[in-house]
Design a protein around this ligand. Structure first.
Ligand code: NI
Length: 174
């Protein structure tokens, strides 16, 4: 396994749209292992998308099980994820490995239902809410070249320099 380099703003490669995965083979699963090792290296993030390591495939990993009192499905590898239902919305702080200097307040759906494939190509259907749903929406945005900074209502009032928040326990991103 290997820790991969993470692209950061303003790298234009973060803006590309990723392609669906069509071949579910050992090479794919080896890449997923590297992606997971990368997620866990450095400041452990709750999620990561393949786009962030310069691989234009529709693959994200999310694991919010480390957060207390957060409903979750544990370690999730979602390939070709599609959100098929949204419900409610709420604003909360997000961070991102590709935006190391800022956090921001972002509106996301509170509950989602999604379809995806697992690393062997088997279909998944999941319902999730709260922070886990937020993390999945954030990671799926990466697959379309969108970053959380694009979704803040106001860059002036809803973006925050990270160092201000470090002492109080900064939100971890992906
Ligand atoms: Ni991110």
């Amino acid at each position: 396994m290997a820790v991969l380099d993470i692209l950061t703003l303003p790298d234009e490669r973060l803006r590309r749209v990723a392609e669906p995965v069509t071949i579910f083979d050992e090479a794919l699963r080896a890449f997923i292992a590297d992606l997971e090792e990368t997620r866990r290296s450095g400041p452990a993030a709750v999620g990561i998308a393949a786009t962030q390591v310069d691989v234009l495939k529709r693959i994200v990993i999310v694991d919010v099980s480390g957060r207390k009192n957060t409903p979750n499905h544990g370690y999730l590898v979602l390939i070709n994820p599609e959100i098929v239902h949204w419900e409610g919305y709420e604003t909360a702080r997000e961070g991102c490995l590709s935006v190391p200097d800022y956090t921001g307040n972002v509106i996301r759906a509170t509950r989602i239902r999604l379809t995806a494939n697992d690393p062997w190509g088997r279909p998944l259907e999941l319902e999730m809410e709260g922070y886990e749903a937020r993390a999945v929406q954030h990671e799926m945005d990466h697959l379309d070249g969108t970053l959380f900074v694009d979704r803040v209502v106001s860059r002036r009032t809803d973006l925050f320099r990270r160092k201000v928040y470090q002492k109080g326990g900064q939100p971890k991103g992906g």
